[in-house]
Design a protein around this ligand. Structure first.
Ligand SMILES: C[S@@+](CC[C@H](N)C(=O)[O-])C[C@H]1O[C@@H](n2cnc3c(N)ncnc32)[C@H](O)[C@@H]1O
Length: 258
């Protein structure tokens, strides 16, 4: 049976990589490296840098593959993601049949942690369900962009004894303010925070966290919202891409003490 290590690599800083991840990479016969096009070449460079630094086993084979873009026209978001996962699972199946002999193991380097807004695990499960390739797999946890954000701002994730919601820009309006006093927002291409009109909300924003280009801004949402929008736009133009995340907060520690 073939074995797949799904390895969390952290979010931009090669020093996020854990000893467990390094051991898994060196134990693999093959490391599959995705290419996401020129615009995100810097992300591919982080993976390359990690392999150069930590893969000391000269027998490891590196195999590149292209990641198709997700189609969005004439379909719902969920349909688009479902089709995209199906397409990538066929690519993975082909990679395993062509480059991974039975009884060998391979590794995928997954940005951040494989459990958080990442498709690799679901796609591997689809390959298993197709039953053309017999596979086993394990997951190595990684530092998420949430941890990179809270560390850079030197803040706790939750208020004392209170919940945290993790959501996307698309769904932020459903949950903040309201249920959550802390909301972490990822995958927000529309700057959903700028539509929140709440004098008590605070924002902790970060882009390119963990990399040499990291930018962070924090403050009362009403005071810094415009600055974040313009900083984000300028950085996105300069790099050709952006990855950003933010935490919105209302309330304080112990403000519910009775
Ligand atoms: C597809 S998700 C992957 C999340 C990843 N698995 C994790 O554990 O953080 C991509 C989103 O994660 C966030 N993100 C990932 N890396 C980041 C970084 N270095 N700086 C800021 N945001 C980041 C952004 O919200 C981005 O839109």
């Amino acid at each position: 049976m073939r074995h797949i290590h799904i390895v969390g690599i952290g979010t931009g800083n090669p020093e996020h990589v854990t000893v467990q991840a390094i051991n898994a990479l060196n134990a693999a016969n093959v490391i599959f490296i995705p290419s996401k096009g020129a615009a995100k070449a810097e992300l591919a460079d982080v993976r390359k840098d990690i392999c150069e630094r930590y893969v000391t086993n000269n027998a490891v084979r590196f195999i590149g593959y292209d990641v198709p873009s997700r189609r969005t026209a004439d379909r719902s978001y969920v349909q688009g993601v479902d089709e995209w996962h199906e397409e990538i699972s066929a690519i993975y199946e082909r990679l395993f049949l062509d480059h991974l002999p039975d009884n060998e193991s391979a590794a995928f380097l997954v940005w951040g942690d494989p459990s958080l807004y990442d498709s690799t695990l679901r796609i591997i499960e689809r390959v298993v369900a197709r039953r053309k390739v017999a596979l086993d797999y394990n997951i190595i946890p990684g530092i998420t962009s949430i941890q990179a954000l809270t560390a850079s701002h030197r803040i706790p994730l939750n208020l004392v004894g209170k919940p945290v919601q993790v959501t996307t820009g698309r769904r932020l309006a459903e949950s903040f303010p309201g249920v959550a006093e802390t909301a972490v927002v990822m995958l927000d291409g529309e700057q959903a925070f700028s539509k929140i009109d709440d004098p008590d909300a605070y924002i902790y924003w970060g882009a390119y966290l963990g990399t040499k280009d990291e930018i962070i801004i924090a403050g009362r949402l009403a005071d810094v919202s415009e600055r974040i929008v313009s900083t984000r736009e300028e950085a996105r133009e300069r790099h050709g891409w952006i990855m950003d995340i933010y935490l919105l907060r209302k309330g304080r520690d112990f403000d519910d003490r009775t």
